[in-house]
Design a protein around this ligand. Structure first.
Ligand code: CDP
Length: 211
């Protein structure tokens, strides 16, 4: 590995993406939102009229994934969320996406956000953050994002969907959502984006400093 790998994991809408993107820009590293991989696989299965929970169809979709799939504009929203979580629980899907994630960081290092970056994809990452926030705070943020895009999903539905998806991500046998033993926990419930970023940058810089 020729550059640092920064692993940012945590549950839905904890602020991982915003943090990871800003860390990458500040540190001059490439950024990969690994959730997009699972979202795009879910979409491919739905396009083909398949069931995202069907292992054979989902694994074939994962193997057929192309970088252009990550540029799709329909990867967010309740249907894409549920399809992503369904394909993500299938071991053959995760296996098919592993090399892409590791290769992404080979040339220059990277910041990656997801659920299993620090536990499975890069167990030797230079720095690992596990970003959390209360369910209400996370659901409130996702509700505001959806509302800003014109999506009229009621807050109670956003909260319930998020609770169900987090439970599924944490309970699955393949790469369940959990903090790596050496991850630093960052709770953003009471932090605005700037405060969360300042805290994350300080934690990462401490890890980047030569011992
Ligand atoms: O943006 P949000 O936090 O809601 O979700 P995401 O990070 O885009 O991830 C969508 C779904 O993909 C998650 O609910 C997980 O089931 C799955 N995922 C995963 O299993 N492993 C990853 N490294 C990233 C996402």
């Amino acid at each position: 590995m020729t550059g640092p790998v920064i692993a940012i994991d945590g549950p839905a809408a904890a602020g991982k993406g915003t943090l990871a993107r800003r860390l990458a820009a500040t540190l001059g590293l490439p950024y990969l939102d690994t959730g997009l991989l699972y979202r795009a696989v879910g979409r491919r299965v739905l396009d083909a009229g398949g069931d995202p929970a069907d292992p054979a169809g989902a694994a074939a979709a994962a193997r057929a994934l192309r970088p252009a799939d990550l540029e799709r504009t329909d990867l967010r929203g309740p249907v894409a969320d549920a399809a992503a979580a369904a394909v993500a629980s299938i071991p053959a899907v995760r296996a098919a996406l592993l090399a892409f994630q590791r290769d992404f960081a080979v040339a220059r290092g990277a910041v990656l956000d997801g659920r299993d970056i620090g536990t499975v994809i890069f167990p030797d990452a230079t720095a690992k953050l596990f970003v959390t926030a209360s369910l209400d705070a996370r659901a409130g943020r996702r509700y505001a994002e959806l509302a800003a895009k014109g999506g009229a999903v009621p807050l109670a539905r956003v909260t319930e969907d998020m609770r169900a998806r987090d439970a599924m991500d944490a309970a699955r046998a393949a790469a369940p959502l959990r903090p790596a033993e050496d991850a630093v926990l960052l709770d953003t419930t009471a932090l605005d984006p700037d405060a969360a970023f300042a805290a994350a940058l300080a934690l990462v810089e401490e890890r980047l400093r030569p011992a």
